[in-house]
Design a protein around this ligand. Sequence first.
Ligand code: NAD
Length: 281
Amino acid sequence: MTKIAVIGSGTMGRGIAYVAALSGFSVSLNDIKEESLAQAEQYIRQELAKSAEKGYIDHADVEKSLKNLTFSQDMQECVGDADLVIEAVLEIMDVKIKLFQQVDQLCPPHTIFATNTSTMSPTEMGASTSRPDKFIAMHFFNPVHKMKLIEIVRSLDTSDETMRYVGEIGRKMNKETVEVNEFPGFITSRMNCLIGNEAMNMLMEGVASVEDIDKALKLGLNHPMGPLALADLVGLDTRLRNMEYLHQTLGEKYRPCPLLAKYVKSGRLGVKTGSGFFDYL
Ligand code: NAD
């Protein structure tokens, strides 16, 4: 049985662990924070129960998925026998590099490393390990169990074998994939961050209310979700880091809206804190 270690049990890590366990992989979920791991376990149990109630999965799948899952703060235990490590920690290059350097020491030589970064360079992360050919980005979307796509991002050094391997894992998770040659923001984040930032700039300029900006994009442009609600779902802290990276690498067009920075300073991070552009409590 293929073992997948997921590092970081926040918004994305818990979703990736959930889908991987439901797809029949042995999954170990790791976080430095005990509280985050406990919340992740509760989230996965709730989502499995909801899916079974709605008839999307069998009741037997709930038990099977839970048996496939372990939760651990012990990194060695989590990655020591993993075939694939998927990293979903903070969108900060130094944090990701330090983590992969640690994991590189603990994993067997065959282990493939994937980052779930939304924007950053897998080439840079892979170069910090002893296995740049086995390094790739697998960009999942939020919420992972509902979103069909994984962007698979090839770094300068990713081998064809690694591309094939993660493509196969993605298909086993019942996802569609697109292959992208590394460039900041890939396809989706580069596009989506601009739309979201423009919506925030309009809000700051007083062009329209939060509700009307989102309504206009949903009903006028046929977006399934408004850009401000989507930013709240992503997490405004994560979105700000995405914008800062794109601004730094792609230039002025991506300067983060000052209103976004102000919301983050106030601690309004979106759905995960109960308020952002909208209120959730
Ligand atoms: P998050 O803040 O919700 O969760 C991050 C988790 O990582 C936290 O639980 C934190 O305790 C943990 N963590 C931090 N450092 C760690 C370490 N050294 N070892 C183990 N755990 C550690 O973040 P998120 O929104 O899940 O984003 C994670 C990654 O996924 C980012 O790179 C982000 O850009 C990317 N991403 C996010 C979304 C989204 O919609 N939120 C979508 C696609 C990709």
